[in-house]
Write a protein that binds this ligand. Sequence first.
Ligand code: UQ1
Length: 445
Amino acid sequence: MLRSQIASAARAARATTRGYASATVPPVSTASRSHEIVVIGGGTAGLAISHQLLRSGEFSSDDIALVDPAKWHNYQPGWTLVGGGLKTREELRRPLESLIHPKINFYNEGVRTFSPEENYIRLGNGDKINYDHLVVAPGVTLNFGSVKGLSEALAAPDSAVSTIYSYDSCANVFPSIEKLKEGNAIFTQPAGVIKCAGAPQKIMWLALDYWKKAGLYNPSQPTSSAINIAFATGTPTMFGVPKYNAKLEELRQERGVEGLFQHDLVAIEGKKATFARPDGAAKVTRDFDLLHVVPKMGPHAFVKESPLANEAGYVDVDDGTTRHKKFNNVWSAGDASSLPTSKTAAAITAEAPVLVQNLTRVLEGKEPDAVYDGYTSCPLLTEYGKVLLAEFKYGGAPKETFGKWLGIDQAIPRKEFYYLKKNFFPWVYYNSMVEGTWGGPKGWL
Ligand code: UQ1
């Protein structure tokens, strides 16, 4: 059968199901609905994938459904800029519904359960949604409970504790940097997987630059400066990719930032922060006057506790095709997926076209042939006006877009990359990426 014939046969079958359902339940009920493709998540991955699917021209109204309980969609890569006083959180968000094409059926609901053996999901309101193919892209959740006292510290008025990782808190970061005139500033990063692994230090580099310009921090005499700066990370190094780590470690030493490696924040009590150490070593407690915290992150419970998850709780897909290892009609990309790469919007520019090509091929009765190579990127602000543009693939191998074109080394922070990060990426994100027309390093799709 031709692809269009398959689709119309499937539509006819679904129409029958719907008719039957409406004959047996009260007409107002939406108790059971069916779609050719159901996408879970209206974040970066969910929007890019749904709209790339729609643009393939193979789908009619309501063939694709998107499920997300959120009212707002945030451009999260911009929250570091909010923390640095360069943007407002309000200008970075849009009502989620306004970003979803009218031909896509939007369920503004959460997911209660997945039933991949029977090809349906159950929404938070109890409704059952059947699908032919399921794309799971709800992202990850922040575990504020991973640090004792964190939620209370973030909520306290005029708190010395803040984070760029949430809409609520990111607006407090810059005022707390501006307010600090002396004392210890500590910037943390947890052990384990987080989104945008560079962000915990981006905000530190901006704060350092701010205090330097304010005459409160002298990188060549850090101990006699009014402000002392420490980077306390649960990881063993500044960055997971050796090439960029070398540069960032050099900057840390040059700029007099104390490196507390394998220090994993576990508790905040008043103005004291406590860190767990590996191998049963005694905990370390430090006094702070400013604490920038990054909580631990992990899969949502409804994913982790589902048959779709791997041991770690992520949607268990093939590293190359993005197709589920057990359920052939389930796919995943973005932060919720098991794809072993760094979780960024940039990664999604490369994952989404692979997922979409493979899914549409399977609908045509063919085998998946597109392969994701693990591409991801971290535009790492190292000061106001400069960005180190880390770009790499699986195994931490650099894959530099501009290095290839212009013969430059992207480990060297540049002003051109700063303007990409500050102006171009947020612009192209809302003008193209969420609409399914942006392919990252490949340009417009
Ligand atoms: C990108 O496309 C993108 O999305 C808009 C980002 O924003 C979050 C990025 O950080 C990066 C690095 C890319 C990749 C694009 C190019 C041109 C390198």
